[in-house]
Design a binder for this molecule. Structure first.
Ligand SMILES: [Fe+2]
Ligand SMILES: [Fe+2]
Length: 244
């Protein structure tokens, strides 16, 4: 059940952490709850000239959160959350990036004469995909093993050997910077696709499927970055402070 009443001074990231359905409301109003998750609802609305009352009403209209829409309790273990992120979000990025690249290649070949913005969409997505693949590799080989070690220390389990970092603060900040950059590329893609990934009226089936996948890619990446910035990294830094 949703226990915390929503007010304009609550943080966007906390609202989504408590009820994942709120992510769809944030997406609808164009509120960045992942990289911008540490901002209050009121401040985020002000930046976009939106009445916070409208967003609060939309959140209230969701009704109480059923258990399935809250952060699963097993993810409170940091190493369970790193596994979930790798198995779900990293896997999705790895499988969708080549598929979207191939589909954009096709679209540029067939439609760039009438839709010259396709070449820019392809170029921007290529950079985003490339950066994300390198970024995920850094998380999986450096930061996530260090966070898994923190989880073991919290449970009082034997260490897996000396970690690569005295504290995860620096690598966390580097990953957050990468997220910020990915967020900017996503925003560019949204603008290049007309603001909402809507295919043009003369768009073929490949066009429609590709833009629908781009929209899915955006919403998956928002959730992925939210889980890392506002849940995993925050939890790891809090745990480090606790362990001293
Ligand atoms: Fe990640
Ligand atoms: Fe990440």
């Amino acid at each position: 059940m949703q226990t915390t009443p929503q007010t304009a001074d609550r943080l966007l990231g906390d609202i989504v952490t408590e009820d994942l359905r709120a992510a769809a409301v944030m997406e609808h109003f164009g509120l960045d709850y992942c990289c911008g998750g540490q901002r209050s609802l009121g401040a985020a609305c002000q930046a976009r000239s939106i009445d916070p009352g409208t967003v609060l009403s939309a959140l209230e209209a969701l009704g109480p959160a059923p258990d399935s829409d809250q952060l699963p309790s097993e993810w409170r273990e940091l190493d369970a959350l790193t596994r979930h992120i790798v198995d779900t979000h990293h896997r999705y990025v790895r499988t969708s990036v080549p598929a979207i690249n191939a589909s954009l290649d096709k679209l540029v070949g067939a439609h760039a004469a009438r839709h010259p913005e396709l070449a820019q969409i392809r170029g921007t997505f290529f950079v985003l995909g490339d950066e994300l693949l390198a970024h995920m590799m850094k998380e999986e080989t450096m930061l996530f093993p260090a966070i898994d070690e923190i989880a073991r220390r919290l449970r009082g389990e034997p260490s897996n050997g000396p970690g690569m970092f005295a504290t995860v603060l620096h690598p966390v900040r580097v990953m957050e910077d990468d997220h910020q950059e990915a967020g900017q590329l996503l925003a560019q893609l949204r603008t290049l696709t007309g603001g909402n990934y809507d295919p043009p009226a003369d768009g073929c089936g490949t066009y429609r499927a590709c833009f629908a996948e781009l929209r899915r890619f955006e919403s998956d990446l928002h959730r992925h970055i939210h889980l890392e910035n506002n849940v995993l990294f925050k939890g790891a830094l809090d745990a480090e402070r606790l362990l001293g």
